[in-house]
Design a protein around this ligand. Structure first.
Ligand SMILES: Cc1cc2nc3c(=O)[nH]c(=O)nc-3n(C[C@H](O)[C@H](O)[C@H](O)COP(=O)(O)OP(=O)(O)OC[C@H]3O[C@@H](n4cnc5c(N)ncnc54)[C@H](O)[C@@H]3O)c2cc1C
Length: 420
């Protein structure tokens, strides 16, 4: 049967003759080429707009100063969900009902938790554990075992993770700083990615994987995660759902202490820790962009092993949830003995060279400094250096003015005078 368009041409042909048909075909060809040109230009424009958008996003997020709001904003817990033993998610919505600013997958929120002293909240950071969404932020908190009598910062009875697990329920409110952090996916990048998450360090990794799958990113994603066993394995179903939604995501799960009932190749892929031997078995090459977040032991062994495997240092991005200095990535890891004077406390202390940071030295010498994350992110431990020089073990997660440093990641380079 003839299509209506062909019928039109036949009847036209009867009227126009062969030359007329050729002319009509010529015009149609012209129109088709014009249409293709317009579509190509449109595709190029859209791709350019995407690239521009991504570059702007990247630039905005790389600026620690450009936070979505200043100070703290009140949020309400809209839902809670248990993810694994001692590991609970909190869904957060703004109390003012105004729109929720976007964040970069991998970034974290800084919480000001109430204490008896209103002027001195307990400051703790938690990574956003879901992809950016319009309606809520989600964090996931692992309850950290600790001594009965003291919180980590010496204030009796205070602990961020216990506060969340004990006191935060649907309807509770929380004072939160805007999303921040420089550990996030570069949207302008086209290298395939390897995401590595150990224990509760899986939170920013899940956010990244979910965002990549959601935006149908064409890069291949390898997600290596490591837990003790199925009891301590959060987000198993979430990762499996992501892998089912795309052929681009390869999951590899390591259990270090599997239960007898945990089935190899079903519940987990590999017995042991996430290490470079496992990466070499699974990955086709080392040419990937790596994003790592995990316990200090994992970071301290894996980052140098990646460097040894020939991964360029600029391909390795990592986040530490607490004190974790990665040797080989910073000159500040080596620091000679020197004198450190804390002027306001009137204490002169000797830096031996093996301390973790100025904050450690201060605490050992009885100088009281505020701190929140001990990882160079929250800015609570900022102090002025009145004389001398310090080096940061990693790029500070907050903007500093001239002469300021973050005591939790700063090490003296020669004698220094600190205004504290
Ligand atoms: C960027 C970032 C993102 C994070 N994301 C998450 C997350 O998604 N989920 C999650 O559960 N946790 C996350 N954390 C960790 C979280 O902020 C808290 O550190 C954790 O909940 C423990 O706090 P706490 O108050 O319960 O414990 P505390 O006992 O008060 O200890 C707080 C932290 O400081 C360390 N510490 C305490 N005292 C000392 C000391 N004297 N010397 C050295 N170290 C000490 C502890 O090891 C612990 O990491 C993140 C941390 C950072 C920096």
């Amino acid at each position: 049967m003839l299509e209506p368009a062909s019928l039109g041409l036949i009847s036209g042909a009867a009227l126009l003759g062969t030359a007329g048909v050729r002319a009509v075909r010529g015009v149609r060809g012209l129109l088709r080429r014009e249409q293709e040109r317009v579509e190509k230009t449109e595709r190029e424009r859209a791709s350019f707009a995407n690239q521009l958008d991504a570059a702007l996003h990247w630039a905005r997020a790389s600026q620690p100063r450009l936070k979505a709001w200043i100070g703290v904003r009140n949020f309400r817990v809209s839902a809670v969900a248990d993810e694994a033993a001692g590991c609970r998610s909190f869904y957060l919505v703004p109390e003012d009902g105004r729109p929720l600013p976007r964040f970069e997958p991998g970034q974290y929120l800084t919480f000001h938790l109430p204490t008896a002293d209103e002027m001195r909240p307990l400051v703790r950071c938690y990574s956003l554990s879901d992809r950016p969404r319009d309606d809520y932020y989600r964090i996931t908190v692992k309850c950290v075992p600790r001594g009965e009598e003291e919180g980590g910062d010496g204030r009796r009875g205070l602990s961020g993770s216990h506060y969340f697990h004990r006191d935060m329920n649907v309807g509770s409110t929380l004072a939160i700083e805007a999303p921040q952090g420089s550990f996030f996916l570069d949207p302008t990048d086209d290298l395939p990615v390897v995401l590595i998450g150990g224990g509760i360090g899986v939170t920013p990794i899940l956010s990244m994987a979910a965002a990549l799958v959601h935006r149908r990113d064409r890069r291949h994603i390898y997600a290596f995660t490591g837990f003790r066993n199925s009891g301590e394995h959060p987000f198993k179903a979430s990762f499996e759902e992501l892998a089912a939604a795309t052929s681009n995501l390869t999951l590899d799960v390591a259990y270090s202490r599997p239960y007898d009932s945990d089935r190899p190749d079903v519940d987990y892929s590999h017995w042991g820790h996430v290490n470079v031997d496992r990466l070499r078995q699974v990955l086709p090459s080392n040419n990937f962009r790596y994003y790592l977040c995990g316990p200090p032991g994992m970071m301290e062994s894996l980052v140098p092993a990646l460097l040894e495997w020939g991964v360029p240092v600029e391909h390795i991005n990592y986040e530490a949830f607490g004190p974790a200095s990665i040797r080989g990535l910073s000159d500040a890891a080596v620091s000679e003995p020197c004198n450190v004077d804390f002027v306001r406390s009137e204490k002169s202390l000797r830096w031996q060279g093996n301390e973790e940071s100025l904050l450690d030295l201060a605490e050992q010498g009885g100088v009281r400094l505020e701190w929140g994350c001990r990882a160079g992110n929250c800015g609570q431990c900022r102090v002025m250096i009145a004389a001398g020089r310090v080096a940061h073990a990693k790029r500070p997660g907050v903007e500093l003015v001239d002469g300021e440093c973050l005591a939790c990641i700063a090490r003296p380079v020669g004698d220094v005078v600190v205004e504290a």
